[in-house]
Design a protein around this ligand. Structure first.
Ligand SMILES: C[S@@+](CC[C@H](N)C(=O)[O-])C[C@H]1O[C@@H](n2cnc3c(N)ncnc32)[C@H](O)[C@@H]1O
Length: 245
């Protein structure tokens, strides 16, 4: 089931590219400042359609994208033709030893087989380089967001954000966590299209998927903040970073 969900994204690659949020640049900068070396070469691991890749490139970094799903990788190359994009998995990264200053992972670390993935991330990082994992999730301190998230069960994608079990990785210092406020300009249609790309709905039966989306639409139409056109959907970006020893 986990493998099916981890590989469920590609069929919906262009919907994914249109509807998933990007990441706040302050969160990317905080992640990079976890390295104690200048950050020039960056790997975006599990790059998907390039949401994070684009932010890293906009900060002037030389970014390489690695992604196992051919549909996602093709969409990334179409959107960001200048970024080197390689097929590959976290557990077998197709880059030379000590070739990057930071490895970024957007909304994907929880899919990895962690021990081999961290061994590979450590191998491709230069000494003092940083691994940075990010998750965008709903800002559930906002009451209507909390209720919407409960209806569509988006909480499932928080990954290791706020995990009670601190993340550890051999050969890395302790993980530090910070959070960044973020928003995503939405309409009811675009928000529901995003929810439809969440992995638990991609693998749900057609009937369950339609029922969940209809309930969510009825709720959003009844809420003053969302019922009358475009709105800023409140998100939090949680970032974990650790330095290679
Ligand atoms: C939720 S998407 C995130 C994509 C992108 N990083 C973003 O922030 O939009 C998760 C991605 O992880 C990829 N993935 C799943 N398992 C992986 C693995 N073991 N190694 C590398 N990538 C993996 C999927 O193919 C998918 O593109």
């Amino acid at each position: 089931m986990r493998a099916r969900r981890a590989s469920s994204f590609g069929d919906e690659a262009s919907a994914y590219a249109r509807h998933r949020p990007d990441y706040p640049l302050a969160a990317l900068e905080w992640g990079m400042s976890g390295a104690n070396r200048p950050v020039r070469d960056v790997l975006d691991l599990a790059a998907g359609t390039g949401k994070l890749t684009e932010g890293l490139a906009s900060l002037g970094r030389s970014v390489t994208a690695v992604e196992p799903d051919p549909g996602m990788l093709a969409e990334l190359s179409r959107l960001l033709p200048d970024v080197p994009a390689l097929p590959g998995k976290a557990e077998d990264i197709p880059l030379p030893d000590e070739s990057v200053d930071a490895v970024f992972v957007g909304q994907a670390l929880h899919w990895f087989d962690l021990a081999p993935a961290f061994a590979q991330i450590r191998r491709v990082l230069r000494p003092g380089g940083a691994v940075v994992a990010l998750w965008n999730h709903d800002d559930e301190s906002v009451p209507w967001v909390l209720e919407f998230a409960r209806l569509v069960r988006t909480g499932i994608s928080r990954g290791f954000a706020d995990s009670e079990q601190p993340l550890r990785a051999d050969g890395f210092g302790p993980f530090e966590q910070d959070r960044f406020a973020h928003t995503h300009r939405r309409s009811i249609d675009s928000l529901l299209a995003t929810v439809a790309t969440h992995s638990h709905l991609l693998v749900a039966s057609e009937q369950d998927r339609e029922r969940t989306l209809a309930q969510a639409r009825a709720y959003l139409e009844s809420v003053p903040e969302t019922g009358t056109g475009e709105f800023d959907y409140p998100l939090v970006t949680t970032v974990l970073r650790a330095r290679r020893g």
